[in-house]
Design a protein. Structure first.
Length: 402
């Protein structure tokens, strides 16, 4: 009798050869659902281990790496050495997914391209992530989040005309690319379950961030409505006014396109009641925004939220991270997970955002040290301690212990 599944991806093995954010984040989500994710990294550890965002260096693992690599084991290996490559090839035979985000051409030079690995394991789902695509005029450009935000058109949908474009305050391109790759893996595994065949899956950051703007681009390409920023800092060029963040006497609130009749009553601006919701809110959006901005300065955020809350208008608070972590809905949802890490102590971080009634996600291990599981993983392949010790001595393999 088959044992019941406790995690959706229990029994699947993922080889994560990616670096930075997008690839590791995608692999972490697979690990959250129970996959055995093996992080294959250089002997001295992945690049992200040595770069600390916000100066959050941690004890032995910086917070950036810690946040993107839970539920993984680490194999530290030099893939430029033949015996290092042999270790990877043996793992490929027993793996379901291989994920990499090398620059175009690097995977082939290392001998870990799709053609090579699919010949070893035809059922392998091979996910190749890139900045702009595997080929084409931009294939060698650096796939960095801010550069992709700038190129995607998204920045020019917010802010004032004549002022610098406004980037997101998060690595939004990395995040949406990670989610796209995660979805791609699940779809390819479903195809394999039905056909028994693996395949090459390609995901690039440029296409991912453009696809995220499905509605906005369609307004331009189908309705021929250009992006036109106004004199006021609207939060979106294609949403009617008022739409954005407004200062109050003691803070800020967000306001999302109330009807002119409702807005005029709440902020005591009777002149707005005569405006048409579908026409004037676009053609006179700077006037509406400026009028709203001036009125909202005269009461507190709580007072305005109470007044708007008594109507059909959409309004809400502007929260900082401290407020979010302590928010009652966040606590109710269990948005954050907490666990003990052997070197970093108590860790509190956003968890997996999907809930399954029968196969919930869980944290079984924190982010590993570089090569922490090298000996364990290769032992599962039948490699002797003597062989592993010799390769550790030659620095073909790497190992850090607790």
């Amino acid at each position: 009798m088959t044992a019941p599944l406790t995690n959706i991806l229990q029994g699947y093995r993922v080889l994560d050869c990616s670096i930075a954010m997008a690839g590791p984040f995608a692999a972490q989500r697979l690990g959250d659902l129970g996959a055995d994710v093996i992080k294959v990294e250089p002997v001295n550890g992945e690049w992200q281990r040595h770069i600390s965002a916000g100066g959050a260096k941690g004890n032995r693992i910086n917070v950036s790496f810690l946040s993107l690599n839970r539920n993984k084991r680490s194999l530290a290996v030099d893939l430029k050495q033949e015996e290092g490559k042999d270790a990877l090839y043996e793992l490929v035979r027993t793996s379901d997914v291989f994920l990499q985000n090398y620059r175009p051409g690097v995977a082939k030079r290392l001998g870990v391209d799709y053609e090579t690995l699919s010949a070893i394991n035809p059922k392998l789902v091979y996910v190749s992530m890139s900045g702009y695509g595997e080929d084409g005029p931009y294939k060698q450009r650096p796939g960095q989040d801010l550069l992709l935000q700038a190129m995607s058109g998204a920045m020019l949908s917010t802010g004032r005309a004549g002022e610098p474009p406004v980037p997101a305050g998060q690595y939004v391109v990395d995040a949406v690319t990670a989610s796209t790759a995660f979805e791609a893996v699940l779809a390819a595994l479903l195809y394999r379950e039905r056909t028994g065949e693996g395949q090459l899956v390609q995901v690039n950051m440029l296409d991912a961030i453009v696809a995220l703007q499905m509605q906005e681009f369609s307004i331009y390409t189908v309705a021929n409505k250009p992006q036109q920023r106004g004199a006021e800092p609207h939060a979106h060029v294609y949403i009617r006014a008022p739409y954005g963040i407004f200062a109050t006497s003691d803070g800020y609130i967000a306001l999302a396109f109330p009807s002119m009749k409702t807005l005029s009553q709440v902020i005591d601006a009777p002149e707005l009641a005569e405006l048409d919701d579908e026409v004037d809110t676009f053609t006179r959006r700077d006037y509406i925004f400026a009028t709203t901005r001036e009125k909202l300065l005269h009461k507190t955020s709580v007072q305005w939220l109470d007044k708007f809350g008594a109507t059909d208008a959409w309004a809400g608070p502007v929260l900082g991270y401290e407020d979010v972590v302590n928010d009652p809905q966040i606590k109710h949802n269990g948005t954050f997970v907490e666990y003990e890490h052997p070197t970093e102590g108590k860790v509190k971080t956003p968890g997996f955002p999907i809930k399954f009634s029968k196969t919930p996600s869980r944290v079984t291990r924190g982010a590993p040290l570089a090569g922490q599981h090298t000996r364990e993983i290769l032992g599962e392949l039948g490699w002797s301690d003597d062989r592993v010790n010799a390769l550790l001595k030659s620095q073909t393999l790497g190992e850090q212990t607790l």
